[in-house]
Design a binder for this molecule. Sequence first.
Ligand SMILES: NC(=O)c1ccc[n+]([C@@H]2O[C@H](COP(=O)([O-])OP(=O)(O)OC[C@H]3O[C@@H](n4cnc5c(N)ncnc54)[C@H](OP(=O)(O)O)[C@@H]3O)[C@@H](O)[C@H]2O)c1
Length: 262
Amino acid sequence: MGSPGGIYGSTPAPKTISPLPCSTHKKHSMKTYLIAGGSSGIGLELVKKLSGEGHQIIVLSRSGENLSGMPGVTHLQKDILTEDIAESELPTSLDGIAYCPGSINLKPFRALKPTAFLEDFQINVIGAVKVLQAAHKALKNAENPAVVLFSTVAVGQGMPFHTSVAAAKGAVEGLARSLAAEWAPAIRINCIAPSLTDTPLAARLLSSEEKKETAGARHPLKRVGTAEEVAGLAYFLLSENSGWITGQVIGIDGGMSSLKIT
Ligand SMILES: NC(=O)c1ccc[n+]([C@@H]2O[C@H](COP(=O)([O-])OP(=O)(O)OC[C@H]3O[C@@H](n4cnc5c(N)ncnc54)[C@H](OP(=O)(O)O)[C@@H]3O)[C@@H](O)[C@H]2O)c1
């Protein structure tokens, strides 16, 4: 007899189990990645990890100072807000893309002019749209391509002073899910939603030990995140070990989005 429908379908269960193709047994083959915003913070940690494994990485950002001497890394100098990307500037095949430029613009709603909302939308959403449109063909030419975008914990959970960034990142989540549907099954797209992470972007909020402790204390795990931890999740989502994950928004937030312990 066949199994019930739903996610299990109705095909009879096989009598023998054949060994799964195990990607963990494969040696790392050399891949090519585009990391927009790979010159600082989370993106830079991701670039270090990929470079250390011998992959080719194109880093798109305004400055390339932090990249010197890193094997396999090419800098594509661009301001994503003012410049376009031509397909011809990218490799013909791309195994993965992470789009890391973003903003933390925290102000009371009354102090945020409509232009501030537009600026957050430009860097978080339109920048990602530009990169993904320029890179679509190259992604299609790769074998198991994947894309990682960045949201924030403040989309799923309302927080004061976050209206502008939450509105822009909410759009990033919508973009990620819609495009994951449109580009399935060829290209996987997922979104990471971190809470406060110790990077140059968050420097103003974490500029003293006291600020770090206070910010950490708001999280169930009692600390803020590190760039390495968030980059580790991005690395997993770009890898074939996440080959059955797409269209997801995945929190990495010290428990902030789902636990209440006081
Ligand atoms: N850090 C946090 O607490 C936190 C929390 C939630 C979500 N996030 C999200 O996580 C992502 C990564 O954040 P991060 O903290 O690692 O940021 P970061 O340290 O500021 O790094 C941002 C990267 O984007 C590049 N970039 C910025 N503006 C650009 C532009 N106009 N054109 C081209 N490149 C540009 C920067 O390089 P150049 O300056 O050289 O151009 C840098 O490489 C962001 O989307 C952020 O919103 C971060």
